[in-house]
Design a protein around this ligand. Structure first.
Ligand SMILES: [Zn+2]
Length: 78
């Protein structure tokens, strides 16, 4: 159920900044704009995230390993 909801939300996601590094497609963590992020509850405590992650060509949003780790640890799980 949770997985279904997340997939739906991902399709509505805004386009995030990307850049090419040595042929790899990098994307800024969506918590660089916590107000736009679907995972803002996992954003850094002190503000915006500026971590980039390697993504595939069909990726529309990325959550960096730091924020992913926070979600895995369920630090702010409701
Ligand atoms: Zn992040």
């Amino acid at each position: 159920m949770i997985r279904l909801i997340q997939t739906k939300m991902a399709k509505k996601t805004t386009h995030w900044k990307t850049k090419d590094v040595n042929g790899m497609r990098m994307m800024i963590c969506q918590n660089s704009k916590p107000t736009m992020s679907k995972y803002s509850e996992f954003a850094p405590e002190d503000g915006e995230c500026d971590e980039w992650s390697e993504v595939g060509t069909d990726t529309t949003a990325s959550l960096c390993w730091r924020c992913t780790a926070r979600s895995v640890n369920n630090i702010r799980l409701k």
